[in-house]
Design a protein around this ligand. Structure first.
Ligand code: FES
Ligand code: FES
Length: 173
């Protein structure tokens, strides 16, 4: 069944009507120029899994995939996703979280959705590990609790479960 999301409130002056693909389903709503992608996800489209931390593009708590690439949704004007593809933590398989739970990476949990979204991107693109380390690819996601080793171990675990030999960049540090 389609889960089309429409969060209409009637276009006010200066608002733009945008349509985009959200977690594989079409979404349409009117946005003001000042609304961020993070705002519409959390407060208008019922997807609170994406967290707000610094609101300055530093912490990565708000990471989502935009056309398949990780972005800080606190920095993306909502109107810029028109015609594009957005994936949030809600689109991911909850089973994928198990790797990170098992490694003790979900302590306060503030960073966890962003970490898992970025990790999902790495796992989908193991070719990245031919030229980058996991630690470098995760550099945009800050965690004040874990010291990062468990996060990196979780990515390695998920890669290995998928049968991936990720090449020289898969080293853990
Ligand atoms: S809340 Fe977006 S980077 Fe920190
Ligand atoms: S688990 Fe607390 S910030 Fe990462």
């Amino acid at each position: 069944m389609s889960q089309r999301k429409t969060a209409g409130r009637g276009a006010a002056a200066g608002e733009l009507r945008i349509s985009f693909t959200l977690n594989g389903e079409p979404a349409t709503l009117e946005v003001s120029p000042s609304e961020r992608l993070l705002d519409i996800l959390r407060y208008r489209l019922g997807l609170p899994g994406t967290k707000e931390g610094c609101a300055e593009g530093e912490c990565g708590a708000c990471t989502v995939l935009l056309d398949g690439l990780p972005v800080d949704s606190c920095l993306v004007p909502a109107y810029q996703v028109r015609g594009r593809r957005v994936e949030t933590i809600e689109a991911l398989d909850p089973a994928d979280m198990a790797h990170y739970h098992a490694r003790g990476t979900t302590q306060c949990g503030a960073c966890t959705p962003g970490v898992v979204v970025t990790a999902s991107w790495i796992v989908r693109h193991p070719e990245l590990l031919e030229t980058h380390s996991i630690r470098d690819l995760m550099a945009g996601n800050l965690c004040r609790c874990t010291g990062y080793d468990g996060i990196i171990e979780g990515v390695v675990d998920e890669l290995e479960e998928r049968g991936g030999s990720a090449g020289p960049g898969a080293h853990r540090s």
